[in-house]
Design a protein around this ligand. Structure first.
Ligand code: KG4
Ligand code: ZN
Length: 354
């Protein structure tokens, strides 16, 4: 029997909707997905404005739903299960996806399922043609989270280490902002870094010798700010009028510090668990420098690395539909016809079943 699962993602600044087909004994198959990014909406403010995010999700979600149904050649009654991101994320934004999924579930008489956003990222490489096998180590690197997990199966996640302050994506975003780059800073900083020398400035690599798998990125933005001010003083200008080559060197050196820590801690996690498969997921997983360095290190150590497709690294509905289908298929969870929904703006992945 095949079930059609609809996924809605609305935890932050992208509205994502997708359909997957789920059949016994094989991984679910993506039928269609559509995304609306709110980047232009928030750019003027230099970051996500929660109230605007919620309002925009409301505007976008139904047209995106119509689009994915049309692209897949399906209609609403063909949808068997409705999944939504239950958390973590912005409360008002999460409530839009949850409300729409539960209202449609109630109207169609179909069950609903709330999905952990990070589980969506974690399982997103299963959308690729070369899905990983369990168990694997996962490096989850998004705007709000940086975690190393041991993944033994669907829903069986053990935290190995996490950031004690800023996330890797946050480090990219905050460093980018200091250098006058537009929101979202990660891709902008990565692009500027391509023209720079990553050895120009020695930024700190905290906790590298801590003996555990935790991260700390909060100090990087201060180090970038101090260095940028020094450069500005040396060039008799302000930070925002620094010449492009100097900015590029700052960007490349900041990126190198973040990537270096992520790579070394990932290798330490693989060593500690004696697992030889690594999954990299979340927005920072789209970073070319991180991918190149992980690929080189893992090739040397005969470790297989899996990434989601570039366009599925950042938030999307496909990963939510996929995670829902995999949870149902593996027997971890059944979808519910109780439509009294809630959301969990703060929700740890290792407390996923609580
Ligand atoms: O997973 P995601 O889309 O949203 C969250 O769940 O947070 O991740 C967004 C984060 C942002 O911090 C963004 O700047 C970063 O991922 N990001 C990147 C790149 N693309 C997105 N960081 C570095 N290099 C990139 N190419
Ligand atoms: Zn995300």
């Amino acid at each position: 029997m095949t079930l059609c699962v609809l996924g809605i993602e609305s935890s932050c600044d992208e509205t994502g909707v997708a359909l997957v087909d789920m059949t016994e004994n094989c991984w679910p198959v993506l039928l269609s997905h559509a995304l609306h990014s709110q980047i232009p909406l928030h750019q003027a403010y230099g970051g996500v404005v929660p109230e605007l995010a919620s309002r925009d999700h409301i505007r976008r979600v139904l047209p995106l739903l119509e689009q994915v149904l049309a692209d897949a050649g399906r209609s609403l009654p063909d949808v068997d299960v409705l999944a939504f991101t239950r958390g973590p994320g912005l409360a008002g934004a999460l409530l839009v996806g949850a409300g729409v999924a539960c209202a449609m579930g109630a109207a169609l008489g179909r069950p609903v399922l709330g999905i952990h956003h990070l589980e969506g990222h974690l399982l997103s490489p299963f959308l690729s043609d070369d899905p990983p096998e369990f168990p694997f180590v996962a490096l989850l690197v998004s705007g709000g989270h940086t975690q190393l997990m041991q993944v033994d199966g669907v829903g069986r996640y053990h935290m190995l280490g996490e950031t004690i302050d800023d996330a890797a994506g946050e480090a990219f975003d905050k460093s980018a902002k200091l250098l006058g780059l537009a929101y979202p800073g990660g891709p902008a900083l990565a692009s500027l870094a391509q023209q720079g020398d990553c050895t120009a400035f020695a930024f700190p690599r905290p906790l590298l010798r801590s003996g555990n798998l935790d991260f700390s990125f909060a100090g990087l933005k201060t180090a970038v700010m101090v260095q940028a001010r020094k450069c500005a003083a040396a060039h008799h200008c302000s930070v925002d009028t620094l010449a492009q080559p100097v900015l590029a060197n700052l960007a490349a050196s900041a990126q190198a510090a973040i990537v270096d820590v992520l790579v070394k801690k990932s290798l330490a996690a693989l060593q500690q668990t004696q697992i030889n498969r690594l999954v990299v997921a979340g927005g920072v997983g789209a970073n070319r420098c991180l991918r190149d360095q992980l690929n080189a290190a893992c090739e040397r150590l005969e470790i297989k690395v899996h990434y989601p497709a570039m366009h599925l690294c950042t938030d999307n509905g496909a990963m939510i539909a996929m995670a829902a289908a995999m949870r149902i298929q593996s027997g971890r969870q059944t979808a519910s016809t109780i439509y009294a929904f809630d959301v969990k703006p703060r929700w740890s992945l290792d407390a996923i079943d609580s």
